[in-house]
Design a protein around this ligand. Structure first.
Ligand SMILES: *Cc1c(COP(=O)(O)O)cnc(C)c1O
Length: 358
């Protein structure tokens, strides 16, 4: 596929491979319109632009997410407001969102948009989030960057939001080496994104501009890489879920260890297996376990530090945050690559078992 793209002479920025990748994405995501972008962060940035985010606006997000969920909005002059996670899913708590939107409406200061984020392959309950937002006419931009292949209410992650952002960064389940996508039910939103992503050129050989845009389109070279990987999505999700299941079987009975839940409405892609370590029952804490793995050359990582605890967002309002903080304190992301072999995984499991009650 890569060779074809090179031979046809279409290197960048557009080309038939890029259009085909976008079409294949609409099929996978069951959304009719897609724009492939230079990164997931670029897709989010354009999403905020399409929703009119600007100086003085509030943008609401879960506290427990990667910084890119809100970084572009902050750079556009918006103030983030961080809401706590739902203990049943670890993603944005829809009940809390509903209450806070009602309170914001009473204050006369609704957010410009809500940006829920899927977490390590765990989808957000978009039906509940959408129901809460629709009431007030607040649009939803779903950061589904790490959840390609996850399902919620029988539909792909992000489905039900006004806009959905994906990432094909090197560490994601499907990668193009880099890149992202923005998808929607709304043809006009994606048409506008397509224009903004290519410097907002109006028709005319002389480059007419009614506004300024970005250079955010995906290169067709990267689209060829993404296209080559996309057909293996189901296989990769199955591999990640099998890795998760093996961890649970081997470690789930050990006191003090527990795993990311999967609510009835969700099917996580298990992009990463995330475990909770309760030091009182397990014997050592998350950090001691992480260091023990690192000493054996195995990389594991704490759960993302919640954004309401980050110095960069010291001034930002936060609603709750204890659930997110607890998940950070005890949460460990275990090696979960689709290509991880059974022997490698047994080694990781062996080290964790040996740390119990040490
Ligand atoms: C990877 C990721 C992003 C950023 O995507 P890039 O393609 O790296 O810009 C944003 N949000 C979440 C939740 C992610 O996992």
């Amino acid at each position: 596929m890569l060779r074809l793209s090179l031979e046809s002479g279409w290197l960048a920025p557009a080309g038939p491979g890029l259009t085909a990748f976008e079409e294949e994405l609409t099929a996978v995501m069951r959304l009719p319109h897609a724009l492939a972008t230079a990164s997931g962060t670029a897709a989010l940035h354009m999403g905020f632009r399409l929703l009119g985010v600007g100086l003085g606006d509030e943008v609401w997000a879960p506290s427990l997410t990667f910084v890119a969920t809100v970084a572009p909005a902050v750079q556009m002059g918006a103030t983030p407001r961080f809401l706590d996670a739902d203990p049943a899913s670890w993603t944005l708590d829809p009940h809390l969102l509903r209450e806070e939107l009602a309170a914001a409406a009473r204050r006369g200061r609704l957010p410009r948009c809500v940006v829920p984020a899927d977490l390590y392959g765990q989808p957000t309950d978009m039906a509940a989030i959408r129901a809460a937002c629709e009431n007030w006419g607040v649009p939803v931009l779903s950061d589904s960057a790490c959840a390609l292949g996850a399902m919620q209410h029988g539909m792909p992650a992000g489905h039900g939001a006004n806009l959905v952002a994906l990432s094909f960064n090197g560490n994601k389940i499907i990668t193009a080496g880099g890149g992202g996508a923005l998808l929607s039910e709304d043809a006009s939103l994606i048409a506008r994104a397509r224009s903004l992503a290519t410097q907002a050129k109006e028709p005319g050989a002389h480059y007419q501009h009614e506004t300024t845009g970005f250079n955010y389109a995906m290169s067709s070279l990267l689209a060829a890489v993404g296209r080559a990987q996309l057909p293996s999505l189901a296989e990769r999700v199955a591999a990640r879920r099998a890795i998760f299941a093996r961890y649970v079987t081997a470690l789930g009975q050990i006191p003090g260890l527990s795993f990311m839940p999967e609510p009835g409405w969700a099917s996580s892609s298990r992009w990463l297996t995330v475990m909770q370590v309760d030091p009182r029952d397990f014997g050592v804490d998350r950090e001691a376990l992480r260091r023990a793995l690192a000493e054996q050359g195995i990389e594991s990582r704490p759960v993302w530090k919640p954004l309401h605890l980050q110095p960069a967002f010291r001034e930002a309002p936060a609603i709750g945050g204890a659930v997110a903080a607890g998940l950070f304190e005890r949460g460990l992301c275990l090696p979960s690559g689709s290509g991880m072999g059974a022997a490698e995984q047994l080694r990781v499991i062996g080290i964790i078992r040996a740390m119990h009650r040490r």
